[in-house]
Design a protein around this ligand. Structure first.
Ligand code: ZN
Length: 168
């Protein structure tokens, strides 16, 4: 199944469970049971404040974030986990990097835990560009349930493709 690309790097027994959920048409049910409601952070102002709150609490020592937005163009599953753009501006002799965080619009109607996961993922990239051990350590420090939430977010995206938005 092409749709399983989003979870391709997971162990076989997990993929098997997902296939079963899809084949028995129980993926939405699984997600709704775990995440009965969507968050209400729908404005970009609220999203910006939400991200800043995380940043203040966990990673003070990093470049400031200039902009946080929902981006309707980020629809492909492979990009849907967000994107971090590094805009460098020459100011005097100093090269100052301004960070911008964009989150796919489809996460406007998503569980708060999944928004947390995306935010934490993007913030961790302020410190660590690659998806390596210290990157995931930082993610788990900010959000102890990070790995489960990342898997469920991938299932949420698969479900979105198969059945549309969970909360509509
Ligand atoms: Zn990443």
């Amino acid at each position: 199944m092409k749709i399983l690309q989003a979870i391709n790097h997971y162990p076989a027994h997990i993929k098997q469970q997902v296939v079963q959920l899809i084949e028995t048409d129980k993926l939405s049910h699984y997600l709704l049971t775990r995440y009965p409601v969507a968050h209400s952070i729908s404005s970009e102002r609220a999203l910006y404040d939400y991200v800043q709150e995380y940043k203040k609490r966990y990673i003070k020592q990093s470049n400031p974030i200039s902009k946080v937005s929902y981006d309707a163009k980020l629809q492909l599953v492979k990009h849907a986990l967000g994107t971090h753009t590094y805009v460098s501006r020459v100011q005097g002799n100093k090269l100052k990097a301004k960070q911008e965080i964009r989150i796919a619009t489809l996460f406007k109607q998503a569980p708060i835990g999944m928004l947390d996961m995306i935010v934490v993922h993007e913030l961790a990239h302020l410190k660590e560009k690659n998806h390596n051990k210290s990157f995931y350590k930082l993610c788990c420090y900010m959000l102890p349930d990070y790995h489960q939430l990342e898997l469920d977010t991938r299932l949420f995206l698969i479900n979105q493709t198969l059945n549309g938005n969970l909360y509509e």
